[in-house]
Design a protein around this ligand. Structure first.
Ligand SMILES: [Zn+2]
Length: 72
């Protein structure tokens, strides 16, 4: 891989997207790697089905949340 020194996970998008978007993408990807905790059973194991739709593997509840994270 090339150009990974500064842009990290967003490096695959190449140049031309701007610093703001690159930083945003990196932040989102880091958050997505962290397991989210279910607001219903409080256990980590919530997966994002689509933007704003989350599903808990432990208790099976499906709920709406923020597009990329549950809490922010
Ligand atoms: Zn749950």
């Amino acid at each position: 891989m090339v150009r990974t020194k500064k842009v990290k996970a967003a490096g695959r998008f190449g140049a031309g997207y701007g610093t703001y978007l690159r930083n945003r993408l990196n932040a989102v990807e880091i958050l997505q790697r962290v397991k989210q905790s279910c607001p219903h059973c409080k256990k980590p194991g919530v997966k994002r089905l689509a933007a704003g739709i989350w599903h808990c593997e432990k208790c099976g509840v499906q709920f709406a949340g923020h597009a990329y994270t549950l809490n922010k």
